[in-house]
Ligand binder design. Structure first.
Ligand code: SAM
Length: 206
């Protein structure tokens, strides 16, 4: 099985699709498109109004079917699961060609909503002990299985502080990929959204 041409599936599990998810899914679509991979957002109800700039983006495909309807042959699909006992390794790129992620925002402390997908019986792999945003989890899975870089060689930034005003900053309780200039890798527009939302308060959701 070739290491390129993977399919990344985010199973929609939240009731809504808010601004944070919109930016994350736009980024997953763009990066998948640029890297010869496919991205499906699955279990999208007909009643869910998708933002125009998301649904028209090359690389974005929404499907009403669930992942198990699309892939009844479970052995091809790997669930990225923070509670899995095995870490994702480059060789998993030979075993699996579909990688499945929970379409949920991060929360602190994590509520293990990935368990909704675990129940479906897909084999799981972990990306280390720290919680990642969904776009980071897809990016890291691509780096490991397509680029064949082991997890321990990927440079990280954990729990970064984002300056939201002249005097305040907010700590993001996630692991991010460190960019070439030492910056965190986040969707375009995300820092501005974090700044805007910090004025309203995040509650327990990110
Ligand atoms: N706290 C969340 C939960 O309730 O499970 C984690 C949600 S995380 C923002 C969204 C998705 O990214 C997860 O469902 C999982 O597929 C993937 N993910 C995030 N961090 C991961 C990790 N360390 N290992 C494996 N998958 C991870």
């Amino acid at each position: 099985m070739a290491s390129t041409g993977k399919t990344y599936i985010v199973e929609h599990l939240d009731d809504e699709l808010g601004a944070w998810s919109e930016l994350e899914y736009m980024t997953i679509a763009k990066e998948s498109h640029e890297n010869g991979a496919s991205f499906f957002l699955t279990s999208v109800p007909a009643s869910l109004e998708l933002p125009e700039r998301l649904k028209t983006l090359p690389g974005f495909v929404a499907k009403p079917e669930s992942v198990e309807e699309l892939y009844p042959e479970k052995s091809r699909v790997c669930l990225l699961d923070p509670s899995a006992t095995k870490e994702l390794a480059p060789e998993d790129g030979d075993t699996f060609d579909v990688f499945l992620f929970g379409g949920i925002l991060g929360d602190d402390p994590p509520r293990d909503r990935t368990s909704e997908l675990r129940k479906k019986g897909f084999e799981g792999r972990r990306l280390g002990a720290m919680q990642m945003t969904t776009d980071t989890a897809v990016r890291v899975t691509r780096i490991v299985t397509q680029d064949r870089t082991p997890l321990e060689e990927i440079p990280w930034i954990d729990n970064p502080e984002i300056k939201v005003s002249r005097v305040e900053s907010v700590e993001m309780p996630f692991r991010y990929v460190k960019g070439k200039n030492g910056e965190i890798t986040v969707p375009e527009g995300m820092i501005d959204l974090i700044k805007a939302d910090s004025e309203k308060g995040f509650g327990d959701l990110f």
